[in-house]
Design a protein around this ligand. Structure first.
Ligand code: PRX
Length: 654
């Protein structure tokens, strides 16, 4: 994350006016979990608001004494309390008669399925925790997890939590080097992995990456390997154990170990401005409260809902809203191993129809990919079970928002566009589906108890209608507690830029009604002839055109205007690139936003370079736009994309 804004004058001009509004349906509002009075209650006394919920929602082995100790930038929540996360996510539901309720419906990409009830989950988690104990893992020891989307992944996380061993999950798409870097940073003692998984109809091997990583990780004493694909792998004698041996032979009785509220639950690594990823530190009680309460309030989760967060557990979205939040709420969830286009572009819609999924939470990238394929795919399926839709990870352009609402939500299901970060742990800016009148493309308002603001370069609140930097002005329960091993970097990255405030690294605007509009990372903001223009807005305008499926925009250095707008455009499947169309699209942006935003360059591309988490690599696009030599692309999901884009060089220029 960049924390240095590129210009001292931060006003961002939100030139795209989106005027349609969607009030909550009265029938939905009447039955909603979260009502408007939450905001008032939280504003009266935000500590009391969270403390009340911590007592009501979590099961404590020892009650806490102090709600919050806040010595900026270090927060301690629910001090003096003790509890166990896996007990709160599993055991207590069984004690209350929910042992036979399904915790996860798992769907493998090849079509195999597994169903785990909460009772099944308790058995598997307890056995896995006993296996970790056999390998010498004790409270406080770190465990690395490198797995595909299989049930053993959440089982492994809960097993760690059961014995107080913090985990670090490394997304299965990362390289051996990324894995060893993370293992060494946190000093993990054991690695839990698998032979491989399935993606786009192919076996994707993991164990060979793990082997390569473990060649340079002196702290790792043992590995447990799940047999997912049956692919032959090399097992190192004395170090490697098959899950079906070491876990299966364990007792299914493993008492949960109570830990202090501020005990480390996990580290999750995320990219920063330097080459070294940051180990974002999350702890126990505040995190579990923040994720479970937001999950219930924002997605309006009811006991018989079937909830699907279609992220990978390797990212924070999966940690908070596939594993901890939903399980603490005894929710039935979907876990899908594979790609959305395998075997065809209706795989998700088939799953929703088959399992009667009622809540879907996914990223705008996915929505735009589906849009590109056309509405015939979702139309083939009965999606009438859906009643709430969520969006996360990037600003959602109004066009995709409206498509999502119409073609997936049947024009009926409310959309919650949720803004948060790996660092924030829980959703912070979002509609409440039974309360908030939504505007397509706006994440609307801070969640009850959250104090968010938009400030100028001097940290002064920007009046309504203005843009600037998104900051948070008071602590919240699931906030990061630091960067592992680097308190200095923690302070510098998040707390130094604006004294007394957490700086999120995002640009935002508040409109005349007080709605928050996220405008992308501040380092993605262009400055064209003295006007600051968000890349997101130009992209949104491009995608608004009927021939465009997806677009990415960067600022290219320009002698006259400082920066010139360079647009990379993916057309919809039925469109042909042409010079005439390029002109038309540039004019379209000028029409929608104003002549200042007309891209000077526009290049048609078959795909966009994205990180494995689906974020467009704007820095790389900027390098391409400015003709610089390409840097290291090992974090690309598909490195051939870059070659393809380069082969398509010869941008249409003004
Ligand atoms: O720029 C914001 C964007 O994603 C960033 C956080 O990324 P990460 O830590 O990977 O977590 C993603 C999942 C929570 C933010 O700084 N972002 C996330 N959600 C939104 C968003 N931008 C706009 N609207 C959102 N709803």
């Amino acid at each position: 994350m960049s924390v240095e804004p590129s210009s001292p004058s931060p006003e961002i001009e939100n030139l795209l006016a989106e005027s349609r509004t969607f009030p909550p349906d009265p029938t939905f509002a009447a039955q909603a979990n979260a009502k408007a009075d939450l905001y008032e209650e939280a504003e009266r006394d935000f500590e009391a608001f969270w403390a009340k919920r911590a007592r009501e929602r979590l099961d404590w082995s020892k009650p806490f004494e102090t709600t919050l100790e806040w010595e900026l930038p270090f927060a301690k929540w629910f001090v003096g309390g003790e509890l166990n996360v896996s007990y709160n996510c599993v055991d207590r539901h069984i004690e209350r008669g929910l042992g036979d309720k399904v915790a996860y419906h798992w769907i493998g990409e090849p079509g195999d399925t597994r169903t785990l009830t909460f009772r099944d989950l308790l058995r598997e988690v307890s056995k896995a925790a006993n296996a970790l104990k056999e390998l010498g893992v004790e409270k406080g020891d770190r465990v690395a997890i490198y797995m595909p989307m299989i049930p053993e992944l959440p089982i492994a996380m809960l097993a760690c939590a059961r014995i107080g061993a913090p985990h670090t999950v490394v997304f299965g798409g990362f390289s051996a080097e990324s894995l060893s870097g993370r293992i060494n940073d946190c000093g993990a003692k054991v690695l839990l992995t698998a032979d491989g998984g399935y993606r786009r109809g192919k076996e994707v091997g993991l164990k060979h990456h793990a082997d390569e990583a473990l060649a340079s990780t002196p702290t790792v004493e043992a590995a447990i390997v799940v047999n997912r694909t049956g692919h032959e792998v090399h097992m190192v004698d004395g170090r490697d154990h098959w899950w079906h041996d070491i876990v299966e032979r364990q007792s299914d009785d493993c008492p949960p170990v109570p830990v202090e509220s501020e005990h480390m639950l996990y580290l999750l690594y995320t990219s920063g401005t330097t080459a070294k990823p940051k180990g974002i530190l999350h702890t126990t009680a505040g995190y579990l409260l923040g994720t479970s309460f937001t999950h219930e309030a924002i997605f309006d989760v009811k006991p018989d809902d079937v909830y699907w967060c279609a992220a990978d557990i390797g990212w924070v979205t999966g940690h908070s809203y596939i594993v901890y939040g939903p399980l603490a709420n005894a929710t039935t969830g979907i876990l899908y191993e594979g790609a959305p286009d395998t075997p065809a572009w209706d795989r998700w819609w088939q799953i929703i129809e088959d399992y009667r999924v009622s809540i879907l939470y996914c990223a705008p990238t996915a929505i735009r990919a589906f849009m590109k394929q056309g509405e015939a795919w979702p139309r083939k399926h009965d999606l009438s079970s859906l009643r709430v839709l969520g969006s996360v990870g990037e600003p959602i352009n109004p066009e995709a928002w409206l498509w999502y609402r119409e073609h997936i939500g049947g024009g009926r299901a409310p959309i919650v566009d949720t803004w948060w970060q790996t660092e924030t742990g829980q959703i912070l800016i979002t509609p409440l589906p039974g309360v908030t009148t939504t505007k397509p493309g706006s994440a609307t308002f801070p969640f009850p108890g959250i104090d968010a603001d938009v400030v100028d370069g001097d940290g002064n609140s920007v009046p309504r209608g203005g843009g600037g930097y998104l900051v948070l002005k008071r602590p919240w329960p699931a906030m990061l507690r630091g960067i592992h091993g680097d308190p200095e970097r923690y302070f510098e990255t998040y707390w130094k830029r604006f004294p007394g405030m957490y700086f999120a690294g995002d640009g935002a605007k508040r409109d005349e009604d007080g709605y928050f509009w996220l405008l992308g990372r501040v380092d993605d903001v262009m400055n064209v002839a003295g006007h600051r223009i968000s890349t997101t807005e130009v992209e949104s305008a491009l995608v608004d055109h009927r021939s465009v499926a997806e677009a990415a925009v960067v600022g290219k250095k320009d002698d006259i205007s400082g920066q010139a707008i360079f647009a990379f455009v993916i057309l919809r499947a039925d469109q042909e690139p042409s010079d005439a169309l390029a002109v038309q699209l540039r004019e379209h942006v000028a029409y929608v936003i104003g002549p200042i935003a007309r891209p000077k360059f526009l290049m048609f591309v078959p795909d966009l370079p994205k990180t494995r988490s689906g974020k467009i690599m704007r820095r790389l696009l900027r390098d391409i736009a400015e003709g610089r030599v390409l840097g290291d692309t090992t974090t690309l999901a598909d490195t051939t994309v870059v070659d393809t884009i380069r082969e398509n060089s010869g941008a249409a220029e003004e």
